[in-house]
Design a protein around this ligand. Structure first.
Ligand code: SAM
Length: 258
């Protein structure tokens, strides 16, 4: 049986602008994950698979209209090359028409550790026949349209990689992150203790771990309530959370009435 824990997750980005993506693999936590042999990543230039002497990768849309469409032949050849390099990899098309990416999807992809091939579109997108024949999944990073899929692919690779045990150095680093359990993360402070006349909350300097934990839970709930109350619909507050929110409400009432 395959040792899932030791399996390296590979990310291959098919793009017309490899320089945009290659430096992403050479910095920060992603580079660290690659050095630690927890992930691997690289780019394939779709243009390298164009067969004509002008290295054409796009053409006019059938039926007319503005813009250009990515030609099917170079893209299909690039996908075949990537699949040969990482057999069994899942092919994901970056498109604003795909399922919206979120933290749950990042957790899911990180847990599966399947190798992933990202197709980054440009112009008006890719020829539908490549989509029909070679794409396993379509992902969007939000309801807006960008000029290319590279930023979307990097956003996904970044958020998936940091959830792979070891990439951040300690598992705890992402356990309190926003959107884990549908709550926002608590307020964070670092040195100095006083900055622009504003003091760090005393409890965080107390060394009392239980009190710090309680303060953080309260801060997390307050922020979720103020910034993203919709998350309480996806994950209904527990009895304990309701008690904390009620206590906060009482404090606010006292403050307002004083
Ligand atoms: N004409 C396409 C449409 O309306 O659906 C949009 C094409 S867009 C200008 C060019 C490429 O950028 C897309 O093929 C896709 O790869 C990428 N892209 C743009 N917005 C995106 C988003 N929100 N999420 C993921 N990829 C996106």
């Amino acid at each position: 049986m395959m040792d899932v824990e030791k399996q390296i997750m590979d990310f291959t980005v098919l793009t017309l602008f490899p320089e945009l993506v290659s430096s992403f693999f050479e910095h920060g936590m992603i580079q660290r994950g690659i050095e630690a042999k927890l992930i691997t990543g690289g780019c394939i230039n779709i243009r390298d698979f164009s067969c004509d002497r002008h290295k054409t990768v796009d053409d006019r849309p059938y039926g007319g209209g503005s813009g250009m469409v990515m030609k099917p032949e170079p893209l299909e050849a690039a996908i075949a090359f990537a699949k040969k390099k990482t057999p069994g990899a899942k092919v994901i098309l970056m498109t604003p028409q795909g399922t919206r990416f979120d933290q749950k999807k990042a957790c899911d992809l990180a847990a599966r550790k399947e190798n992933l091939i990202f197709i980054c579109g440009r112009y008006e997108g890719i020829d539908e026949r490549v989509y029909n024949q070679h794409v396993d999944e379509e992902i969007s990073i939000g309801d807006y349209v960008m000029t290319g899929g590279e930023l979307a692919a990097m956003a996904i690779i970044d958020s998936v990689s940091r959830m792979i045990p070891g990439v951040l150095g300690s598992c705890a680093s992402f356990q309190s992150d926003s959107f884990i359990d549908d709550r926002l993360e608590y307020a964070q402070y670092t040195r100095p203790e006083i900055f622009n006349n504003l003091k760090v909350p005393g409890v965080l300097l107390s060394g009392n771990h239980e009190k710090i934990k309680q303060w953080r839970q309260t801060s997390s709930l307050q922020r979720t309530f103020i910034k993203r109350p919709d998350l309480f619909k996806t994950q209904v507050p527990t009895t304990e959370e309701k008690q904390i929110l009620r206590q906060w409400c009482r404090e606010l009432t006292t403050l307002v009435n004083s």
